[in-house]
Write a protein that binds this ligand. Sequence first.
Ligand code: C2E
Ligand code: MG
Ligand code: MG
Length: 740
Amino acid sequence: MPKIAILHDDSGVADTAAACAARMKMDALRLDSPAALDEALAKGDVKAVVVDVVGRAGGGFELIEKLCTAAPEAAVLIVTGLDAKTAQSTERLARSKQFNVRVVRNDKFDEDTLKACLAEAPKDRTDITATNLQDSIEQNFLRVEYQPKVPFDPPSEPRYSVEALVRLRHPELGDVYPDQFISVAENSGLIQQLTDSVTRQVFADLAAWRAAGLHLVAAINVSPLLLNDNVWSTQFLERCEEFGVSPEDVTLEITESSMGAENSAALDVLTRLRLKGFTLSIDDFGTGFSSLANLYKLPFGELKLDKSFVMDLADSEEARALIETTASMARRIGLKVVAEGVETEQAFEQLRSFGCDYAQGYFISRPMTADRIPAFFEEWSRRAGSLTDRTQAVVAPSNSKIGVIQALLSEIIAAAPEADETLVIDPDASFPDPSLDPVHEVVRRIPSLVMKGKPLEALAACHEARLCLESKASSPTVADRLAQLERLLERELLAASPVDLDIEGGDPVRLIAGKPAVVGRGAAGGAVDIATNCRWFSRGERNLSVYARNGDWLVEDLGSTNGNLMNGVPLEAGQAELLPEGTSELRIGRDPDSCPPVALRLIRGKRDPDAVLARFTVDEAKIEKAAAEIRWSSWAEETRRRWIVLGSRITLGAAPDCALQADSATADSVAHIEYDEGGYWITPDGAGPAMIGGLAFHRRAPMPVNVQIEVGGVRFTACPPPPGASAASGKPRVPLVSSA
Ligand code: C2E
Ligand code: MG
Ligand code: MG
């Protein structure tokens, strides 16, 4: 059975390790001394070792070296009480020596860590000799792969870059990666030949991409050894000329290690290259000992933060501080900052927020062959648009309020990493979170309002947030999400047609839209919109209809028993007649001299040509006598009522030619009411906001039912008509409630 050797002072750690071993069907060897450990390793079959580097059983870094030499196949897991920084540098040091070592702190040690450690197989190392390498260069076994380097915030016309990374594709040894042969090349004098081979491939690929319409910048890695004289640089400049490559298309990456300002030969070569127009980049920044002040003196234009820091970002406060400070200082001395080793979206967003300029890493793409580069950038340009506002990962389902809300919340939290998340998502938190910007402070209130079933309040908050955003011209994704949520809330609030407007101090009005309005006597099953109980009128479906077509208003007799006259002219059944502007009167009968004392008045005002106002008028003296005979007891009430048949929009105001005239209005026009998307909307018109349910709306808002609305001195409530009042509409009389 495979074994796990455990030598640890902390019995808790030892117990956990032993329990894990049992679950993984491995033999746990609990050892009590370094000598016992040596003995166990000598016997073989040890798959993992759990130890500490400090304490009684610890043996410092020497222990790690000893373990890795004695059992190179074993995974070494150091579980320690060391501080995070020391733990991390220990791991970094071990890994730099290609040891399969993990360092975890006591409190983070669990079965998963042990499994992960075991899963990491020791790297297959191929030993490349100088002879192998020389043959490989000569036989063209060197291949260049490219890894994209993309700007965090894509400018309007991005110049994308790629880094050239060499590989050795050997027919017998297989694929060999640079960490196994660059040092061989450097130590055997082959590095110039290798770099030249890479340069030629890169230049040929640049030309091929350019021919395909892609103008890229390529970064080439240059060993510091090549800067000790100008042999390589002369050759390199000749290559540029040969391939017609201009210096703006090339970045030269030089590792930090040997770049002291005191290296005068290198300074000379670098300065000459810089003056020619090449961008110089300092690679693996943070692993050597150069100071930013040193960098300032050298002609570098770019700094590449080493991937070991970038990859530690999520777990290490120190890595975060180092990156943040370096990025800010680099920017101030005019260096562009590239973060390499960006493996997650979280890291990408964080690095962007630190002000880094370019990102490179597996999150964007792994290195790839030259032919795949054009398709990659085409795809990236699309992906970058949505990443720009950090929510690529949280794509909200467009039809779900909850989805949008989740996206909004994660946006706020991502935008303000220091925000108190509990406060952000606390539905009852009514006090501000000072770490949030004003837009997010408003946005923060929205989810809880939606969850509490307060769509109107949520919509008002969306409007407020969008107003803030417009002045800032930032966060396009937040704005998009808000717009998405607004659509859902609006649909939930929208009053469907028809609707009764109960205006304070005014006559009742019913709005009818989206269909022809049928005028007639209501009866069981009779489809009537403008209804009367007056028996002189024929039943609904056989009386009159008023409707709009191509911008004209038409009136049609639907086959009434007694016939109808419009402005004294008989209407022919089934034949639509144009309704003229101004006031028209429809009377019953065929002879203008013997009409009953009732008329339907239809008004097309100048201000609202898109609507027809209808009301019944009577000759009161005559009607009182006839009312009993025709059993029309409700005539007084019916003649007070108004109907507005509208196409798309009417005006509410004091002017007499408004379709919705109200004496209390403070201006000729105080608002517009629109019929759109199957419901009614209100837009204030310069006389202050529309107060809907006490909330101020400065722009178009849905008109909800049974909520008091006040605008420009007019106060009213929109109510669904009582049941049976308008069977003609054939539509639900309750507001459209979205199922979301
Ligand atoms: P480098 O210049 O720092 O290149 C970045 C290395 O990080 C590449 O490894 C790349 O594959 C790897 N990498 C990129 N993104 C990620 C990530 O998100 N996660 C992780 N874990 N790794 C990532 P590669 O190709 O093995 O190259 C290693 C080093 O070899 C390079 O480091 C560079 O210093 C050297 N090298 C590569 N090509 C050449 C060359 O043509 N000439 C010279 N002198 N050195 C080269
Ligand atoms: Mg590099
Ligand atoms: Mg690097």
